[in-house]
Design a protein around this ligand. Structure first.
Ligand SMILES: CC(C)(COP(=O)(O)OP(=O)(O)OC[C@H]1O[C@@H](n2cnc3c(N)ncnc32)[C@H](O)[C@@H]1OP(=O)(O)O)[C@@H](O)C(=O)NCCC(=O)NCCS
Length: 155
């Protein structure tokens, strides 16, 4: 779990490069990944770790979610997905997605889904290559009221 913690910090650091408002990687506590393992132990999701001869190189965490508006309410949501830098583009991510897909099938979930920062063009390209397509959109604006609307209109 120490290695998974370091990978979670690597993911946080790459997100922070894209979005500086993210907290620094060193602020991400070890209890975060311990929480992912607890969800796995309770059966509410899975924590998959890809190992190499030198130790873990990637992990994917996912959780089962229920949507009362869907005829099959169960879906698997991927909450964390990272492959360490020098192991990327070698099929590790694809193998982890396959593992999440098998978990979803075992639980009769209708789909697997992942959310990414809009700025993360590389991850979006990878997800498209892995068969994911846009399914819902989150639109956000900073709090602060009408002035943002006026500023956006001028652009
Ligand atoms: C996104 C990520 C997990 C993909 O893992 P990976 O091990 O490199 O992926 P794979 O090697 O299994 O590649 C899977 C597919 O995505 C494509 N792909 C991967 N990275 C890509 C990139 N940067 N640009 C375009 N396509 C890419 C591969 O070509 C492959 O497609 P193919 O099967 O048609 O050849 C990895 O790049 C990563 O950890 N990125 C940094 C952290 C991050 O952004 N995580 C996502 C947060 S939401």
């Amino acid at each position: 779990m120490d290695a998974v913690h370091r990978l979670s910090q690597e993911l946080q650091a790459s997100d922070r490069q894209l979005r500086p408002s993210r907290v620094p990687a060193r602020s991400l506590p070890r209890s975060y990944v311990d929480g992912l393992r607890s969800i796995d132990r309770r059966g509410g999701g899975r924590l998959f770790v890809a190992d190499s001869s030198t130790g873990p190189v990637a992990y994917l965490a996912c959780a089962l979610e229920s949507d009362p508006f869907e005829s099959n309410p169960l879906a698997v949501k991927i909450t964390d997905f990272v492959v360490t830098g020098r192991w990327r583009r070698k099929g590790v991510g694809s193998a982890l997605i396959d593992a999440a897909e098998n978990f979803a099938r075992e639980r009769n979930a209708r789909s697997i889904a992942i959310t990414t920062l809009a700025e993360n063009a590389q991850a979006r390209r990878a997800y498209r290559a892995l068969g994911f397509r846009e399914s819902a959109m989150t639109l956000a604006r900073p709090t602060g009221g009408q002035k943002f609307r006026r500023a956006a209109k001028k652009r």
